[in-house]
Write a new protein. Structure first.
Length: 292
């Protein structure tokens, strides 16, 4: 339960940091590249019995190549999440990402016989969907409009892929050291992809400039610290076995929606209308049902 709470807190902090980047003038892409390099380095150093984990990884079991492939989706979704948080707000961006729980639960129920949900769980999921929908209305009572809404759609689909594949791939790890190494492998390919992109752009001599200043390194490192632990604590929670994976994903996403929205009100003065508050109440009700 502690790991789940820490995962919710870490994930929520990611959205808030992206909003903070806009205030501080941090270049998002550069900070994201640094974040992944930092997250991988931290995770690599924390792997217990590293020689054994590397030996197993070099046999390329499912958790190795799956974890590496996940990194390619990480950097794309993360970059879009950063832009979305700055353009349409923390709460709406958080909600777009956490709506993935709907498809994730369906995918778990289709692929895992033990993940069949009770009628109480389905009621909770229904309340969660309503809560997220109500929470998505802006303070003026209208849904966000305009071309920037393509970002939340991509975030929704990308988050579904990530939220489903992280727990599924973790099932293939045979030991704690393998699981620890798996937790940081996506960061490696994500950071490497970012560096390759920067290198190609510089080689081509494009007009695009990259700012890897002290500001990007400082906030990118902070983002990497939070990002690593958001995945680390989620994997720890999933493999503790105290609750079904689909329920953990639901609780994690609902917790992020609620905490992210409330903290956005406190720190960034984002306003909620009556429908938003009803949405948060429904999300809380769903959360309590899932915890029963």
């Amino acid at each position: 339960m502690i790991f789940l709470g820490l995962s919710i807190l870490s994930t929520t902090s990611l959205y808030l940091l992206f909003k903070w980047f806009a205030i501080k003038g941090v270049h998002v892409f550069e900070a994201i590249v640094i974040n992944y390099l930092f997250a991988f380095g931290l995770g690599f150093l924390l792997v217990p019995d590293l020689p054994s984990a590397l030996h197993h990884a070099l046999d390329f079991p499912t958790w190795t190549w799956g974890g590496l492939l996940l990194g390619f989706s990480f950097i794309g979704i993360f970059n879009i999440t950063g832009k979305s948080a700055q353009l349409i707000g923390v709460s709406n961006t958080t909600i777009a990402g956490k709506m993935s729980l709907v498809l994730v639960v369906i995918l778990f129920s289709l692929t895992n016989p033990e993940e069949q949900l009770s009628w109480i769980s389905w009621i909770a999921i229904g309340l969660a969907i309503l809560g997220i929908v109500f929470s998505s209305f802006k303070a003026d009572g209208k849904k966000p409009q305009g071309p920037w809404m393509v970002y939340p759609v991509i975030i929704f689909l990308g988050s579904t892929l990530i939220d489903f594949m992280i727990p599924k791939l973790s099932e293939t790890a045979d030991s704690p050291e393998d699981l620890a190494l798996y937790s940081c492998l996506p960061f490696f390919t994500a950071g490497l992809t970012g560096l390759v992109y920067v290198g190609i752009q510089k080689w081509r001599g494009t007009t695009q400039t990259f700012q890897f200043s002290r500001l990007e390194w400082m906030y990118g490192g902070l983002l990497g610290l939070v990002n690593f632990f958001s995945i680390f604590f989620l994997v720890k929670t999933i493999n503790a076995g105290w609750m079904s994976k689909s329920s953990i994903v639901c609780i994690n996403n609902l917790g992020v929606v609620m905490l992210g929205t409330l903290l956005a009100i406190v720190f960034f003065k984002e306003k909620l209308n009556k429908l938003n508050w009803i949405g948060l109440a429904l999300a809380l009700a769903a959360l309590l049902l899932l915890l029963l």
